[in-house]
Design a protein around this ligand. Structure first.
Ligand code: NDP
Ligand code: OXD
Length: 321
């Protein structure tokens, strides 16, 4: 083991609203013999070399003179990059098959739920009515995936395998076999115009903030096989304007939505979204971050870094993801 700039080799966990104990237990098991603290119980701030973070408070960042790297406890990093006093050290994010599979499961479940009109069948069941609805085949339904990164591309491939007509939208051009590609501001309107089910797995950045609002919903395809467009958002809550989603559902601009993320989490019990028949609300659980799985990756990163190899999955601070 080599020590950091200041001789530090300790680890600080600042896990926001998540229980830090399972993360600390996994870190202690994976990297035995070094100090591990849970914010705010930090005995020696100068001994911290790595911060493992989910929504870290600015006070935690201010306290760490020997910091070498920050590891996000998830795929997203806006909860770290938004901190004004973030030191100029690498920020690495999670890319893991475990997290990607969980996200692909949730996205596929939601797309199929709207495609197969499950909410309408749930209502018919509650009314004890035996009534079959007309059902388009997947090939007649156009799915558009916003964010063709690690998770979006995997979801797009899975949905194409199920027979949907799939396209993706990204910041830079992206070639994924069997998926029609759109990119950048110029590609957005044509992408929306051919989309019946909009799946969103974008990161939250200044460019994507508030994008999922009424003007965008109005650009989605009308007259598709489902009778109107559907929104599925598993990216971040602040990509969306929730008042516009509720209004779009009420006015028929959207015929359904599945939302895993919200402008403020937990979602306020007073939000109208809870009560809308064709809106599915889940509590930011699409891609559960499993401490056992993810600490294995972070510990591997730390060991490789201390052996002189570069950190992987370091985010681009200018692009902000
Ligand atoms: P990636 O960084 O691999 O992919 C991000 C994608 O978004 C890329 O295709 C990127 O384009 C695209 N993108 C970014 N900015 C823009 C823009 N301005 N215009 C168009 N496209 C843009 O991230 P992941 O796939 O790993 O994760 C995506 C997000 O999913 C995370 O940031 C997180 O917010 C969310 N997430 C949510 C979870 C949950 O439980 N709900 C769990 C895990 C992740 P390009 O390819 O050109 O770079
Ligand atoms: C993530 C998340 O970013 O769980 O990994 O939201």
């Amino acid at each position: 083991m080599t020590s950091g700039r200041s001789g530090a080799d300790g680890i600080l966990i600042a896990s926001g609203s998540w229980d830090p104990e399972p993360w600390a237990a996994e870190v202690r098991a994976a990297l035995p013999g070094r100090p591990v603290w849970i914010w705010p119980d930090l005995a020696d701030p100068t001994a911290v070399r790595y911060l493992l973070a989910w929504h870290p408070p600015e006070e935690a960042l201010a306290a760490l003179p020997g910091l070498d790297a920050v590891f996000s406890l998830g795929a997203g990093v806006e909860h770290i990059l938004s901190r004004d006093n973030l030191p100029d050290v690498p920020v690495a994010r999670i890319i893991s098959d475990d997290l990607t599979s969980r996200m692909v499961e949730w996205i596929t479940l939601q797309v199929l739920l709207h495609h197969r009109q499950q909410r309408r069948y749930d209502r018919l069941q509650r009314e004890r009515r035996w009534h079959e609805l007309p059902q388009p085949v997947a090939g007649e339904v156009r799915v558009g995936v916003m964010g063709m990164g690690v998770i979006g591309a995997a979801a797009a491939v899975m949905l194409a395998r199920l027979g949907f007509e799939v396209a993706g939208w990204s910041r830079t051009p992206k070639m994924v076999e069997g998926i029609e590609g759109f990119h950048g501001a110029a590609g957005l309107d044509p992408f929306l115009a051919r989309t019946d089910i909009l799946v969103v797995v974008l990161p939250l950045t200044p460019e994507t903030h508030g994008l999922l609002a009424m003007p965008l919903f109005r650009k989605l395809a009308r007259g598709g096989a489902l009778g109107g467009p559907v929104l599925v958002n598993a990216g971040r809550g602040c990509l969306q304007v929730e008042a516009d989603i509720a209004r779009a559902i009420e006015e028929g601009v959207l015929i359904g939505a599945s939302l895993d993320v919200f402008e403020t989490e937990p979602l306020d019990p007073a939000s109208p979204l809870w009560g809308l028949d064709d809106v599915v609300v889940t509590p930011h659980c699409a891609g559960w971050c499993d401490p056992r799985e993810l600490v294995r990756q972070i510990a591997g990163q730390i060991e490789a870094y201390e052996a002189g190899r570069p950190l992987r999955n370091v985010v681009d601070r200018a692009a902000r993801y």
